[in-house]
Design a protein around this ligand. Structure first.
Ligand code: FAD
Ligand code: MLT
Ligand code: ZN
Length: 475
C-alpha cells in the first residue's frame, strides 16, 4: 500500500481531520483510486479529500465546513451506480463524501413492519436483517452485495421485484438527511399515513446527491414469502409476451413478483461466455421471460402458474415453458438473468438505454427503434432485456469490436438521440431506474419541459444555495 506523501495541512484539512479523525480520511493512493472511478471504468475524476464520517453528526459538521468554504461535495455510497453520479470531476477540488462507515442497523420493528438503517448499510445486509426478524425486504438488484441503502434511495433504485413491491421510493417511510448547510432534518417517521404538507421525503429520493446527504431511513418490511414458483418461457413475438404478462397477472394477482424479459440474442451472449449456463429450453426462441410468483403460504402456487402457462401454450401465445423443479433449478434461471449485465460489458462497447414505456406500447416501440437503428447503423446489435413487467427495458446497443473511441462517442450521441426521441414520442422516460448522473444530464435538459426543468432548478437553488451538492450531475 502506497501512502500519500505528508505535506503541511491547509486550514481546511486541519478542520476536516478535527471532525473525522485520521480514520475518516482515505489517504492511501491505491485506496483513493477506487473512489475516483466508477465500477465500469467509464468516469474518472480526482477528489481533493475522500471523507468517511462514522456518525450523522460528524457528517453534518463536514457539510457545514464545506458550505462555509464553498467546497463542492460528491456523495458516494457503494459506487455501483450506472450514470456516473458518484464520480468527482477532474478538477481535484471536490470532496468525495463516502457513507460507507454509516453502517448501523438502528432498529428492527417487526410489529410496525419497519427497519431503520443508516445510509451506508449494504442492501444485502438489510435483506439479511429482515430475514432474521422473519420479515422480507424486497428490493433486489444484481449489485445488492455492494450497493448501499443511501445510494438506493438517492437513485430511486428499481430491480427485479418492482412489479409486486414498487421501487425504492415506495419502500421508504422516513428519512434522515443532512442538508447542504449542515442542518440535520430528522424525518425518520415509520408512518404509513402522514399528511402534514409537502412530501420532503420524496424530494430527496431520486435526487442523486444534489440536494443533501441521506444518512438514515425507515424502510418497509413485508411478510416473508415461503412459497415460490419460477418459470422460464420461450416465445416468438414480444407482443405475445406482453399478453402473457396480462394473463399471469389476471391468474396470480399480487402474487406475481417478477416478469423479466430477455431476447434470444441476449441469452446467446451469456451462453457463449459462461460455461456452466445452459438454455433452459430445448429450442432457441426470439424472446424469453423469467416469471416468478410468491406467497406466504403454498396453496398450489406452482400448479396455478403451470396451468396458466399450459393454456398459453395451447392458445399459441407462447411456444414452450419450463417450471423450476428445485431451488437449484430456480437459481439457474436467475443466474442467466443476472448474467446479462456483466456479459454485455465483457462483449465490448455498449451504448446503454434504461428506458420506461407503457407496457402496451413496448412491442411497437421495439420494432420502430430496431428499424431506426438499422437504418442509421446497420453494423450494431441490439441487446434488449429488462423488467418487462414494469415497462422498463435495458435497450442497449453493442458497437462493433474494432470501433475507435472517437467513432464510439459519435455513435453514442446518434443512438441516444434515435432511441430517446422514439421513447419520448411514445410517452416514455429516458431513465427508468439508473438515474441521470452525468450520463443523461444534457439529455434531461433537452427532453424535460421548460416548466418541469424550471421547477427542478427552483428547488435546487433554494435548498443548495451555494451550489455545492454534486455539481455537474442531474441538473
Ligand atoms: P452510488 O453509485 O455510490 O451513488 C449513486 C448516486 O447516488 C450518486 O449520484 C451519488 O452521489 C448518490 N448517493 C449515494 N449515496 C448517497 C446518500 N447517502 N445521499 C445522497 N446521495 C447519495 N440499479 C437498478 O435500479 N436496478 C437494477 O436492476 C440494477 N442492477 C445493477 C446490476 C449491477 C451488476 C450493477 C453494478 C448495478 C446495478 N444497478 C441497478 C445500479 C446501482 O446498483 C444502483 O443505482 C444503486 O442504487 C446505487 O447504489 P450505490 O450505493 O452504489 O450508489
Ligand atoms: C439489470 O436490470 O440487470 C440492471 O439494471 C443492469 C444493467 O442495465 O446493466
Ligand atoms: Zn435493471
Amino acid at each position: 500500500m502506497t501512502v500519500a506523501k505528508q505535506s503541511v495541512q491547509t486550514p481546511f484539512e486541519e478542520k476536516l481531520c478535527a471532525i473525522v479523525g485520521d480514520a475518516g480520511i482515505v489517504a492511501a493512493e491505491d485506496e483513493k483510486a477506487s473512489y475516483e472511478v466508477d465500477w465500469l471504468g467509464k468516469w474518472k475524476g480526482r477528489g481533493s479529500f475522500i471523507v468517511r464520517p462514522d456518525t450523522t453528526q460528524a457528517l453534518a459538521q463536514v457539510m457545514r465546513l464545506c458550505n462555509e468554504t464553498r467546497t463542492p461535495v460528491v456523495p458516494q455510497g457503494g459506487n455501483t451506480g450506472m450514470s456516473g453520479g458518484a464520480t468527482p470531476d477532474e478538477s481535484g477540488a471536490q470532496v468525495i463524501l463516502s457513507t460507507t462507515r454509516l453502517r448501523s442497523i438502528r432498529e428492527v420493528d417487526p410489529l410496525n413492519n419497519t427497519i431503520t438503517v443508516e445510509a451506508g448499510v449494504l442492501l444485502a445486509h438489510v435483506q439479511e436483517q429482515a430475514d432474521r426478524a422473519n420479515r422480507f425486504f424486497p428490493l433486489s438488484l444484481g449489485s445488492e452485495g455492494s450497493c448501499t441503502i443511501g445510494g438506493n434511495l438517492a437513485t430511486n433504485a428499481g430491480g427485479i421485484a418492482v412489479l409486486r413491491y414498487g421501487n425504492m421510493r415506495e419502500l421508504a417511510l422516513g428519512l434522515e438527511v443532512v442538508l447542504p448547510d449542515g442542518r440535520i432534518w430528522n424525518g425518520l417517521r415509520g408512518l404509513r399515513k402522514d399528511n402534514t404538507g409537502y412530501d420532503l421525503r420524496d424530494l430527496f429520493i431520486g435526487s442523486e446527491g444534489t440536494l443533501g446527504i441521506i444518512t438514515a431511513a425507515v424502510l418497509k418490511l413485508f411478510p416473508k414469502p415461503t412459497a415460490r414458483a419460477t418459470a422460464w418461457v420461450g416465445c416468438a413475438e414480444l407482443g405475445k409476451l406482453v399478453q402473457l404478462l396480462a394473463r399471469v397477472r389476471d391468474t396470480c394477482g399480487d402474487r406475481l413478483v417478477a416478469f423479466e424479459m430477455l431476447t434470444g440474442q441476449s441469452l446467446r451472449l451469456i451462453l457463449d461466455q459462461i460455461a456452466d449456463v445452459r438454455d433452459p429450453l430445448d429450442q432457441p426462441h426470439a424472446f424469453h421471460a423469467l416469471i416468478e410468483v410468491a406467497d406466504t403460504r403454498d396453496d398450489g402456487l406452482s400448479a396455478l402458474l403451470e396451468g396458466c402457462l399450459e393454456r398459453a401454450v395451447a392458445d399459441g401465445l407462447i411456444d414452450d415453458a419450463a417450471i423450476a423443479s428445485s431451488l437449484a433449478h430456480r437459481q439457474a434461471f436467475w443466474k442467466i438473468r443476472e448474467g446479462i449485465s456483466p456479459a454485455q460489458v465483457r462483449a465490448g462497447k455498449v451504448v446503454k438505454h434504461d428506458i420506461a414505456l407503457p407496457v402496451s406500447v413496448i412491442p411497437r416501440f421495439v420494432d420502430a427503434a430496431e428499424s431506426a437503428i438499422r437504418s442509421v447503423m446497420p453494423q450494431v446489435h441490439v441487446i434488449n432485456f429488462g423488467h418487462l413487467g414494469d415497462g422498463n427495458l435495458h435497450f442497449n446497443v453493442l458497437l462493433p469490436k474494432d470501433v475507435s473511441t472517437g467513432d464510439a462517442a459519435a455513435a453514442t450521441v446518434l443512438l441516444n438521440r434515435v432511441v430517446h426521441d422514439l421513447v419520448v414520442e411514445n410517452g416514455g422516460s429516458i431513465s427508468a431506474e439508473h438515474g441521470i448522473g452525468q450520463l443523461r444530464r444534457d439529455e434531461l435538459r433537452h427532453y424535460k419541459s421548460a416548466v418541469e426543468f424550471d421547477l427542478m432548478m427552483t428547488l435546487k437553488q433554494s435548498i443548495d444555495r451555494n451550489q455545492i451538492m454534486n455539481p455537474g450531475k442531474l441538473i
